[in-house]
Write a protein that binds this ligand. Structure first.
Ligand SMILES: Nc1ncnc2c1ncn2[C@@H]1O[C@H](COP(=O)(O)OP(=O)(O)O)[C@@H](O)[C@H]1O
Ligand SMILES: [Mg+2]
Length: 338
């Protein structure tokens, strides 16, 4: 069974992230005055086999950094990432390479993610060759099968990336990720660079592949409406931290954190009976180089009970009404109701 809140699963997690921190030092190694950008500042979550966890939040909240540090494309400053029960930090480089095959990424920009000088076939075959997943003579057939699985013609293997549209390139990027038979894929805003008409097609492809192959996704998006279509659970990020996490239905239908409430209010609601007033957040989020010491959301919070405690004390994620939420006053709905 899928579900549960941020803590606790009925199934053993495929991915377990605990206290993940990624700080970037800016201004050069020798600069004493360089700032520390707290891109990710203590993030914990799990992903079960076959599950999709949506990671939402506005630009700069740390979503990509979470995805990259989970895959160890960047080294975390602190925290533990376990995949299939193994702490990635405990692995020798060769062991990490072998395990990486099981964890792939689909990038946001389909134009930057493929080598323009390699044929599509060579790009898709690369992982098969590196991990020796098939004898050489079988590789062309494998590549053709993968291209067909993502809705492209098998003969496209001999073409170059510039011959394809954005949507087709994203399909090639997906085929490339699938080639090594992963169990888990970080999808980093995989459709946000595509035309709206193409977005739904690529999203449906990801849904089909998930069901046929039993894939788990960390699905990163700034668009909550998109996440609602694909995620079993949702984690909402703000300024490097998770402010609310739970099943997609619970978090999106009855958000408890004021920031989530603002995000939800911005999603177009076709049913006028359910539509709520749009909450427009004032100002920009603070710089992750100087986050507020208390609640990260305090500078934009509109909760009627906001007080000195919010300024001074960082709220921890705690269970409430079937999800985990980080707000001192989450019992009181900031936008009316109870
Ligand atoms: N290599 C880096 N060096 C310094 N700051 C970085 C680096 N990568 C990301 N950041 C900063 O970390 C914060 C989070 O970035 P990112 O994870 O890309 O957010 P998102 O994907 O949610 O838009 C941003 O303020 C960004 O500028
Ligand atoms: Mg990003």
């Amino acid at each position: 069974m899928l579900g549960g809140t941020g803590s606790g699963h009925l199934t053993t997690p495929l991915l377990e992230v605990a206290g993940l921190v990624k700080h970037y030092r800016t201004g050069g190694l020798l600069a004493r005055t360089g700032a520390v950008v707290k891109a990710v500042d203590g993030v914990s979550f799990t992903v079960a086999p076959g599950e999709t966890l949506g990671l939402v939040g506005e630009s700069g909240s740390g979503k990509t950094t979470v995805g990259r540090t989970v895959l160890r494309l960047e080294l975390p400053t602190d925290g533990v990432v376990r995949f299939e029960g193994t702490d990635l930090a405990s692995l020798a480089p060769g062991e990490l390479r072998a395990l990486r095959r099981r964890m792939q990424i689909v990038f946001q920009d389909p134009f930057a993610s493929l080598n323009p000088r390699r044929t599509v076939g060579a790009s898709v075959a690369e992982g098969i060759e590196i991990h020796r997943l098939a004898p050489k003579r079988e590789i062309p057939q494998r590549v053709a099968n993968l291209l067909e699985e993502v809705g492209l013609d098998g003969s496209y293997a001999s073409k170059y990336p510039h011959e394809f549209s954005g949507g087709q390139r994203q399909r090639i990027g997906i085929a490339r990720a699938l080639a090594v038979e992963p169990r888990f894929i970080v999808c980093d805003e995989p459709v946000s660079a595509l035309d709206v008409s193409v977005q739904a097609q690529v999203l449906n492809l990801l849904l089909d592949l998930r069901d046929h192959r039993g894939l788990a996704y960390l699905f990163i998006a700034h668009d909550l409406a998109l996440v609602r279509q694909i995620a079993h659970r949702v984690a909402v990020m703000y300024l490097g931290t998770i402010v609310e996490i739970g099943t997609a239905r619970t978090v999106i239908d009855s958000p408890r954190h004021p920031y989530t409430q603002a995000l939800v209010s911005a999603v177009p609601e076709p049913d006028p009976a359910k539509a709520t007033a749009r909450i427009v957040l004032v100002g920009d989020p603070p710089s992750p180089a100087a986050p507020p010491p208390g609640c990260p959301f305090v500078t934009r919070c509109f909760h009627p009970m906001k007080d000195e405690r919010c300024v001074a004390e960082r709220p921890r994620l705690r269970p409430l009404d079937g999800r985990d939420v980080a707000c001192h006053y989450a019992e009181v709905n900031a936008v009316g109701g109870r």
